[in-house]
Design a protein around this ligand. Structure first.
Ligand code: XMP
Length: 509
């Protein structure tokens, strides 16, 4: 596969994903990862990512000598190109005009890198420095208004650099550039397919687990669903899944999870309906962080009790995916672990089991493809992310069974209407209802009502760090509102949340 060397660009993961989309395995390594660590993975080519530094700065990350001497094809992107240039004896300097955003480059037909592309190419630039003098052996392959060396290459040694970002969607022919590098320059073959991933994973699971027993916390989410199905394929009834109903799941969710995994997939699923227990623990609690803590602890307790009731279990399976591990797996000596996302509904490491993590190498879109290839239904594979504490953090105020049911009904109506309108997949990243602890006056028939308020939330996002509210059609909102007020008891008013993140968060608590 390809080793993607991370110089700190926000697009590094995207490079790896784009390469994998072409059917070639790619893995991310920190720029200062040990040569041995990288070489264990036997990279057939290197891509050096962009990054925020200037190559001359004190402590700026450099292209590692072992990569330069590897005699494998190398592609440097933006900072990666500058690092190559600097390391190989060329000159880099601050550009008079910084280039951010769209640009047009003109390329010469001489190189396989830009083969079969428009002569005038739309690209995305984002750099302050530029190449003044390429290293010996390199020829210019493309120029832009601001860079005489928008792309360079040493055609003998198969080392290339591009000043623009082929990995982003704003470079429309970017995947063709990567395609050329992978197949015309590095002569790789496309072998990274869902079926190959499944085969490898099954082999690895069998090798790790032998004839020992494995447990898995099934949540209904994509990751645990795909991990569970894969492991079940590999070791059958040696796997037991534990599905805890917190009482905070969406309408029909427990039934649907059991129908898929127990009935369709034939998996061994222990179902624990802990609704009352969770409600008891949360009685009188309204503070969001406190609610999260109580739910998290309670979940671990219930899971532990079920796990301990099973005998001779050695392994715990988890649906950890590649973006979760990229920081630590990349082998950096300097990078800090940035991740500190909420992990309510997760399990602590010290439960005393060895971990089985069959999705550790996969991006989310690959997890979905594997899920589909394993025969999981779309409603599982394309399920929206759902927070561990579930409806508990969408039911503001007193957490009672009745209010949860009210929320569940309203939420189901919202989702149903979105689905009918074809807006559930792709267009929205997350959508849900929130029950507010606020009463409003209304009139129905000739009667005055005094009931609670439902807020609807629908957001679009790439990474859940920032998000924008979806401009849902007014007619759809009208339809949802009238359905909810007419059908859901206890609600007489519906509002739509028009707050982006930041300053709002996606959830209300
Ligand atoms: P916020 O509300 O922080 O949410 O903008 C960002 C994403 O994280 C999800 N989320 C959680 N997921 N446990 C989880 O597993 C939690 O406690 C939790 N809180 C929020 C949220 O649904 C959104 O996708």
């Amino acid at each position: 596969g390809v080793a993607v060397i991370d110089f700190g660009s926000q697009y590094t993961q995207l490079i790896a994903r784009r390469v994998r989309e072409q059917g070639v395995y790619a893995e991310v390594f920190a720029h200062d990862a040990d040569a041995d660590h990288i070489n264990q993975h036997q990279p057939a080519a290197y891509i050096l990512s962009g990054g925020p530094n200037s190559v001359y700065e004190n402590g700026a990350p450099q292209a590692a000598p072992h990569i330069l001497k590897s005699e494998k094809p190398i592609l440097g992107i933006c900072y990666g190109m500058q690092a190559l240039t600097y390391a190989l004896g060329g000159q880099v300097a601050p550009s008079q005009a910084r280039e951010y955003g769209p640009a047009t480059i003109t390329h010469t037909p001489a190189s396989p890198l830009l083969d079969n592309l428009d002569t005038n190419l739309q690209v995305w630039m984002s750099h302050g420095d530029r190449i003044e003098q390429p290293p010996a052996g390199f020829v210019p392959l493309a120029q832009s208004e601001n860079s005489p060396y928008a792309a360079i290459g040493d055609l003998e040694r198969n080392i290339y650099g591009v000043q623009f970002h082929p990995e982003v969607s704003h470079t429309p022919q970017g995947s063709a550039v990567l395609h050329n590098f992978l197949f015309k320059i590095a002569h790789l073959t496309a072998k990274w397919t869902p079926l190959a991933v499944i085969e490898n994973a099954i082999e690895a699971i069998r090798a790790q687990v032998g004839d020992e027993k494995v447990i898995l916390g099934l949540s209904g989410g994509v990751d645990s669903a795909v991990a569970g199905t894969l492991i079940h394929r590999a070791i059958g009834d040696q796997l037991t899944s534990i599905f805890v109903n917190t009482g905070f799941l969406r309408k029909n969710e427990p039934e649907s999870v059991l129908a898929v995994f127990r009935d369709e997939m034939g998996m061994n699923v222990i179902y624990n309906n802990a609704t009352e227990r969770f409600l008891d623990a949360l009685q009188g609690k309204t503070e969001p962080e406190q609610k999260r803590k109580i739910i998290g602890n309670e979940f671990i307790e219930v899971f532990k009790e079920e796990a301990n009731a099973l005998e001779g279990v050695r392994f715990l399976a988890q649906g950890t995916i590649y973006p979760d591990v990229i920081e630590s797996a990349s082998g950096s000596k300097t990078a800090h672990v940035i991740k500190s996302h909420h992990n309510v509904g997760g399990l602590p490491e010290q439960l005393g089991f060895e971990l089985v993590e069959p999705l550790r190498d996969l991006f989310k879109d690959e997890v979905r493809k594997v899920g589909t290839a394993l025969g999981l239904p779309d409603h599982i594979v394309w399920r929206q992310p759902f927070p561990g504490p579930g409806l508990a953090i969408r039911c503001l105020g007193d957490l009672t069974w009745d209010r949860l049911e009210t929320l569940r009904e309203a939420d189901a109506i919202f989702l149903e209407e979105l689905e009918k309108a074809g807006l559930l997949v792709g267009d929205t990243a997350q959508c849900f209802a929130v029950l507010l602890p606020v009463k409003a006056v209304g009139v129905m028939g000739d009667l005055r009502t005094y009931e609670e308020v439902i807020a609807l939330r629908a957001v679009q996002t790439q990474d859940f760090m920032t998000a924008d509210w979806v401009r849902l059609p007014y007619d759809l909102l009208a339809q949802v509102s009238s359905h909810i007020v007419n059908k859901v008891k206890g609600v007489n008013r519906v509002v739509y949340d028009v707050t982006s993140k930041p300053p709002g968060t996606i959830e209300w608590e």
